[in-house]
Design a protein around this ligand. Structure first.
Ligand code: UT7
Length: 332
């Protein structure tokens, strides 16, 4: 029987208009453009402004753009998975809200939380529905309004994060393109280093949790950095080895955009030339579930059918992994 693979057939991204620069940040907290550029590599990030605007608004823009670009009607979509750590609300799922705002009526949908690896985990899950022949049109959207959980008085975290979204359309193909392999990993022991302390069932919201700023991102930068550097590189090498790929075979590395030093370390361990690495961290910062699709969207005009692409990420959980993609189309 011919193998069905899940191929990305279109991609679209959305970034809110407001640009928060390092100069503006250095007027809010005790930091400098020089520190942020050398330690993280971010120059500016986008912020979603406006009362009542949430992650579903970011996701809706990306999905609407994707449907228009791929000439797909909302009724054709059978499944939508939204990767996010900043859902509009605890329930219902932001995926359901996006479907409603876009007019997707014949699909089921759900959210997936795998920290900064959310898009990778969601792409893996979505690809299985396609590979089994169950669905023919599936959307994966990575969307995060990180500004909603960022403490803009904490210089250790506020320079890092930004808001954004990216969406892909997955379809079946019997050609040898699309999602070729994936390796996903978690280790819950890492939860102590990166989490949101309150607002869940362990510590429901209260005046005390608000006063203690426990609804913001809590991150111990150094242990997260150490884990990210080794795990992202290890898993990227593991997927290369498993698929007999050398650095010469790889057209692009799409790394999670958390820190320029983590990206460099991963590319170095893979022996990859910097010109093969998608990097836009300087413009958007860490948009959590949106970093990978935003990179693919920005580089789409340069991608060629058959390009070997490695997606790689590390995030809260801890979660990490890599996906090997063979790009399925040329833009022109
Ligand atoms: O996507 C999810 C996964 N997350 C990550 O991958 C993040 C991984 N971690 C990191 O990227 C880095 O650890 C950070 C960027 C968060 C921090 O960089 P670092 O080089 O690990 O800095 P540090 O936390 O060791 O702090 C070094 C110094 C400290 O001062 P002292 O104690 O040496 O006097 C900090 O107080 O830098 C200080 N510092 C700052 N100085 C100026 C921390 N933040 C700032 C700042 N501006 N914004």
């Amino acid at each position: 029987m011919t193998k069905i693979r899940a191929a990305i057939k279109g991609i679209y991204g959305y970034l809110p208009e407001y640009i928060l620069t390092n100069d503006e940040l250095s007027r809010m907290v005790d930091t400098t453009d020089e520190w942020i550029m050398t330690r993280i590599g971010i120059k500016e990030r986008r912020i979603l402004k406006g009362e009542g605007k949430g992650t579903s608004d970011l996701g809706t823009e990306a999905v609407k753009g994707l449907l228009a670009k791929t000439k797909t009607s909302p009724e054709e979509i059978e499944l939508l998975i939204c990767a996010t750590v900043t859902p509009d609300m605890q329930f219902p799922a932001t995926a359901n809200i996006i479907c409603d705002k876009v007019g997707i009526k014949n699909a089921f949908s759900y959210d997936l939380n795998a920290g900064c690896s959310g898009f990778l985990f969601a792409l893996d899950a979505a690809s299985k529905y396609v590979e089994t022949g169950l669905f023919k049109k599936v959307i994966v959207v990575g969307a995060d309004k990180m500004s909603s959980i960022t403490d803009y008085t904490d210089r250790a975290t506020c320079p890092i994060f930004g808001d954004g979204s990216g969406a892909i359309l997955l379809e079946p193909t019997t050609e040898d393109f699309g999602v070729m392999d994936s390796i996903l990993k978690v280790d819950g022991v890492g939860r102590i280093h990166l989490h949101q302390k309150a607002g869940g069932s362990v510590k429901p919201p209260s005046h005390a949790t608000v006063d203690a700023k426990e609804h913001f991102i809590y991150q111990e930068g150094q242990p997260v950095f150490k884990w990210a550097v080794s795990k992202m590189a290890d898993v990227s090498l593991e997927i290369m080895k498993k698929n007999n790929l050398t650095a010469d075979d790889i057209a692009w590395l799409v790394p999670h955009q958390a820190n320029m030093r983590i990206i460099d370390a991963t590319a170095n361990r893979m022996n990859l030339d910097k010109g093969k690495v998608m990097i836009n961290i300087q413009k958007y910062g860490n948009t959590t579930a949106a970093t990978l699709p935003l990179c693919l969207w920005e580089w789409e005009p340069q991608l060629k059918k058959g390009d070997n692409i490695i997606l790689s990420s590390f995030g809260a959980g801890f979660t990490w992994g890599a996906i090997y993609l063979k790009w399925a189309y040329n833009v022109n």
